[in-house]
Design a protein around this ligand. Structure first.
Ligand code: SF4
Length: 298
């Protein structure tokens, strides 16, 4: 068995462990964010899918990681009833809350079409995010195919670590694939984030060959991805693909920290500061010198 086959087997195990058998026309999501100005062109509606096989310590959406619907308690909203009902349906203040819900294809399209006027006026559209949307590739593919038929711009955000056939089934309906490059060392990527770097790079190359519109993004995470050598490795890889003209840099922030407490997951990035603007500008200038247009954020 080749090493990539081993990786694929491991990955599929994760996939199957997380599945609790949704119907083909159902997705598990945890948020629909409207009027977003990031995550693609124009005004976007971003659909956050639940479930991710990775565990990047800097994740800003840790509630996306578990595939399960979670029930959490927001202490600030709690009325301290004599007896806590411990039930999201019964809690009088909404302090008990479910993270995640299942939605049908038709109902999700209805929700999306409420924003159609914003898409038309801004050139925006829909971005599928997560979690890792490609864990629900079958649904995502059906959704994007329908949106394309409706003339709506489509994008996905992904770490790119999935079976190629599943990836392509979704990417072929995308106007833009926002493709993350994180730790560029095979061992470290596996150890820190459970990402199979060789498969990520292989998928990028194969999608490029299929003329899928790809936008590389580099999260700038102090201690993990924010060092010159890591950035140089990304650039050295991308140099093989002459049609790649633009790269997005995503500086680390701690906006996700309160969510870790909410879902009772340890947050290990508390001592890590966001990079100074000077540092971000230095990286930006370096990437520009390499011939790319650079967008910070996005
Ligand atoms: S039922 Fe809701 S408001 Fe009442 S104690 Fe429990 S969490 Fe707090």
């Amino acid at each position: 068995m080749t090493s990539s086959a081993v990786q694929r087997t491991n990955y599929n195990t994760i996939y199957l462990d997380q599945s609790d058998a949704l119907a083909a026309d159902q997705a598990r999501i945890f948020n629909i964010q409207r009027y977003s100005l990031n995550d693609g062109f124009g005004i976007r509606t971003v659909i956050f899918f639940k479930g991710c096989p990775h565990y990047c310590p800097w994740c800003a959406n840790p509630e996306s990681i578990s595939r399960k619907i979670q029930v959490v308690k927001r202490k600030s909203k709690c009325l301290h009833c004599a007896t806590c009902l411990n039930d999201a349906d019964e809690c009088p203040s909404g302090a008990m809350e479910r993270i995640g819900y299942d939605i049908s294809l038709e109902n999700l399209i209805k929700e999306i079409l409420k924003d159609d006027i914003f898409f038309r006026s801004s050139g925006g559209g829909v971005t599928l995010s997560g979690g890792e949307v490609l864990l629900q590739a079958k649904f995502a593919s059906q959704l994007l195919e329908r949106l394309k038929k409706l003339g709506i711009n489509t994008a996905i955000e992904t770490a790119g670590d999935i079976r190629f056939e599943d990836f392509l089934s979704v990417a072929k309906y995308c106007d833009e694939v926002l493709f993350d490059f994180k730790i560029m060392d095979e061992e470290q990527a596996k150890q820190v984030s459970n990402i199979h770097l060789s498969r990520v790079l292989d998928n990028f190359a194969r999608l490029y060959e299929q003329n899928i519109p790809l936008t590389p993004r580099i999260p700038l995470i102090p201690g993990y991805t924010l060092d010159q050598q890591n950035i140089e490795r990304v650039i050295a890889f991308l140099k093989q693909f002459p049609n790649i003209k633009e790269i997005h840099l995503l500086p680390f922030h701690q906006f996700g920290e309160p969510k870790y407490d909410l879902i009772k997951r340890p947050y290990t990035m508390g001592e890590i500061k966001a990079p100074e603007d000077e540092e971000v500008q230095r990286i930006k200038a370096y990437v520009e010198q390499q011939g790319y247009t650079v967008m910070v954020g996005g």
